[in-house]
Design a protein around this ligand. Structure first.
Ligand code: NAD
Length: 349
């Protein structure tokens, strides 16, 4: 492809190249690396621009923009959430993202983020569990065995030392797919026929279902003392997974309260319901797990800073590699004021 008139080319990571990068790095290593990048950004949380994501809702789903900046780089992700999509052969969640230089405003990276979102969500879950889950946890219940489930399971293995996964999904085909994908990963996998069976003996309970309603994936009487709940699927107004009673018995940890109060499990609670921000636990300002009996709950909705960390990671790791190609997506004439002249010179002969 010839690129005659623009010198500002933007590195682009396609889905194919993202998958090559993941295989080259090793999935579990990349999950650990991403968790390190996310943790580093949570440690400098106050300096980021923060806003609840900008959501456009429809009857069938949501399309969202998630921007943030650390003053040097600016990033955003475009992401959708359409639970009905899988029945039409489409993904529930797809995404792409962009990183830009704050000084010039020029984009420095455009990348697929459907794969990357699954990795960053799993890395964030495992990072939270590292600080909140009971010590020596070995077993996780994985309820909802869709696109995110293998990534969630492997991040908990790579970062928290989980060895056993207990799967449950209302669709047994999803459970079979997940069990098949997790074979030969070193995890011991048990297929369960009910959520009650899945949580037996589990110290970490992950809910990762997709349904645009206030569902009850875990009821109050199912949750005993001492567990850590990693609630992933409730991430939209009117879309929750946990019985309200669980929230009142748990210590709830969130990413960014103004967004989680709109989208998370705590949308069921009063506006002043007490929560702890995860970054404060990571920096040691607030306590995480106090004792072995406490129920800790990570009410995850996915926040822009996690995507920013993932974009930073990709920018840093594709330098000098063949995991990207350059896109001519920025008109950048030699004389900055002669945009029209650039167009004229491109007149077809
Ligand atoms: P998916 O559609 O691929 O999988 C969802 C699975 O949930 C399906 O297999 C479905 O059969 C199952 N399910 C639905 N109702 C259930 C029930 N009552 N009990 C058990 N299983 C049930 O979706 P996905 O990409 O894996 O995403 C899962 C959820 O996580 C979605 O709601 C998505 O919006 C959310 N998500 C959150 C974050 C975050 O950062 N918190 C990031 C990505 C996705």
């Amino acid at each position: 492809m010839t690129q005659p008139s623009s010198k500002a080319l933007v590195p682009f990571v396609s889905v194919d190249n993202m998958m090559r990068l993941i295989h080259h790095t090793g999935l579990e290593q990349m999950l650990r690396d991403l968790a390190d990048y996310i943790e580093a950004d949570f440690r400098r949380w106050p300096l980021f621009d923060k806003t609840p994501r900008v959501a456009s809702h429809s009857d069938v789903g949501v399309i969202e923009l998630m921007p943030t900046s650390d003053g040097e780089a600016y990033g955003f992700k475009y992401v959708n959430g359409h639970p009905k999509n899988t029945s039409e052969g489409l993904q529930t969640v797809t995404a792409f993202g962009l990183l830009a230089d704050v000084y010039t405003g020029y984009p420095v990276l455009l990348t697929e983020m459907t794969m990357l979102t699954a990795l960053r969500t799993a890395a964030t879950s495992a990072m939270a569990a590292k600080f909140l889950a009971p010590k020596g946890a070995t077993t996780m219940a994985m309820i909802g065995n869709g696109a995110q489930s293998e990534f969630q399971s492997l991040a908990m293995k790579a970062i928290c030392g989980i060895t056993h996964i207990r799967l449950y999904d209302t669709d047994t085909a999803a459970t079979e797919k997940c069990a098949r994908n997790l074979a030969n990963t070193g995890l011991t996998v048990t297929r369960c026929t009910s959520p009650e069976e899945a949580i037996q003996g589990a110290q970490i309970l992950t809910t990762c279902t997709a349904d645009k309603q206030n569902a009850t994936i875990l009821s109050d009487n199912m949750v005993g003392s001492g567990v850590h709940i990693n609630a992933i699927g409730g991430d939209c107004p009117g879309k929750t997974e946990l019985a309200k009673g669980i929230l009142t018995r748990s210590d709830v940890f969130v990413e960014y309260p103004p967004q989680t109060r709109i989208e998370g499990e705590i949308q069921q609670m009063a506006d002043d319901f007490a929560v702890t921000e995860l970054w404060e636990v990571i920096t040691g300002t607030k306590q995480g797990r106090r004792d072995a009996k406490q129920i800790t709950l990570f009410d995850s909705v996915g926040f822009a800073i996690e995507d920013f960390s993932a974009l930073r990671y990709i920018r840093d790791h594709i330098k000098g590699s063949d995991f990207y190609y350059d896109l001519d997506m920025l008109a950048d004439p030699d004389d900055p004021r002669d945009l029209f002249g650039m167009l004229t010179r491109a007149t077809p002969t």
